[in-house]
Design a protein around this ligand. Structure first.
Ligand code: FES
Length: 377
């Protein structure tokens, strides 16, 4: 039993093993499930190159090993190569999470020379019309060309497909395309319903039948191709009655730095109103990780309410997702409604029913755009 209370958890040996650098909220795409805040325009003051380098140094000293450059679209930062080179010099295993918009063969070569180790590309379908409609831009062909280039330049290729109602029937064809492209790893990423995805939840959520059909297609594909490609898929928390072990526990192994320098225990945490998230512009990374109230609030299990507090699974799922608990119940300390033991589980069950009610009028997707927030909040 973990009695960590506000002290550090054991899982990451007290270290922020994963440093996630959200370099910018800027992005040319309009994905309606984007994890960035709805009020995108409220966070304009991005960290400078030197500020990012200081964050990377301090976090590495604390024991960080992996570094993910993400956004927004991290390729929009002209200093990306410089930041990758510094991360590599510091000894990080670096990962770029990108749509590939802003990438070229030349830029890829520069990133390789700077020491970038892995690239994760989001691709929404094998079908150009579906990809382009879902992201609000004509980028499918560019993405395919860049995936080929990434492979040609010797990077391991990780393909990430955000699973939504609009593309779930494409599972088999998507996998055939991935195999043809020589992809090493495909992640079927269940869209998590926060921020833009929550606004669009009724339009995006696949049904349980669709998820099971997708799982079957994946399993038969796996049997056919053996170990040529690794495929990751799980039935999402809304449907399986168990909460996800979100972030492997709050403040346990992951630290995210937002574009304006605010430090977050997860990329969504900014939505938890009432928690005062510290900035790397005002505090050291060490103080933020070890001492800041925001990182200590849901660390360990002392904060848990029943039934989590006495649940035998609390060390497996850490009570689920704090952001989801906050968004759906108004209190981040409540048991995650995705859990069948949560007194709030009916909220998830009702959302599933509402999203698939036969008489429901479908609405156009609300695309991620600056200035749209006021009409959605
Ligand atoms: Fe923030 Fe789960 S997304 S704790």
């Amino acid at each position: 039993m973990t009695k960590a209370g506000p002290a550090l958890r054991l899982d990451g040996q007290g270290r922020p093993l994963w440093l996630v650098c959200e370099l910018t909220y800027g992005c040319p795409l309009k994905c309606p499930w984007c994890s960035n805040p709805l009020d995108l325009d409220a966070y304009q003051n991005e960290l400078s190159t030197e500020e990012w380098k200081r964050v990377m140094r301090e976090s590495r000293t604390l024991g960080s090993l992996q570094l993910g450059f993400t956004g927004g679209e991290p390729l929009m930062r002209r200093d990306l190569e410089d930041l990758v080179a510094e991360a590599d010099r510091l000894g990080y295993y670096t990962n770029l999470i990108t749509s590939t918009v802003g990438m070229s063969a030349k830029r890829l070569s520069r990133l390789k020379a700077a020491g970038l180790k892995q690239i994760q590309v989001s691709l929404q379908s094998h079908d150009a019309a579906t990809t382009n409609a879902l992201v609000g831009a004509s980028v499918h062909d560019h993405k395919i060309a860049m995936i080929r280039e990434i492979k040609a330049q010797g990077f391991p290729v990780v393909l990430n497909i955000p699973v939504v109602r609009q593309n779930i029937a494409h599972t088999g064809a998507y996998l055939e395309m991935a195999l043809d492209l020589g992809v090493d790893y495909v992640e079927f990423a269940n869209v998590q319903y926060y921020n833009w995805a929550l606004v669009n939840r009724d339009e995006l959520m696949p049904s349980l039948e669709e998820l099971k059909a997708s799982e079957e297609a994946i399993n038969s594909f796996r049997q056919r191709i053996g170990k040529k490609m690794v495929i990751y898929f799980v039935i999402p928390d809304y449907f399986n009655g168990r909460p996800k072990a979100c972030m492997n526990g709050w403040g346990s192994i992951i630290m995210t730095i937002a574009p304006d320098g605010v430090a977050l225990p997860c990329q969504e945490a900014r939505l938890l109103k009432g928690l005062n998230f510290p900035s790397v512009r005002e505090h050291s990374v060490e103080w933020i990780w070890k001492e800041s109230p925001a990182f200590r609030t849901y660390r360990g299990d002392a904060w848990m309410k029943e039934p989590c507090r006495s649940c035998s699974e609390r060390e497996k799922d850490f009570g689920g997702c704090r952001c989801q608990a906050y968004l759906l119940t108004g209190d981040g300390a409540n048991p995650d409604p995705a859990c069948s033991k949560s007194p709030f589980h009916h909220l998830v069950e009702e959302a599933i029913v509402e999203a698939h009610r036969p008489q429901r009028n479908s609405r156009p997707l609300v695309m991620r755009e600056v200035g749209v927030a006021s009409s959605t909040q």
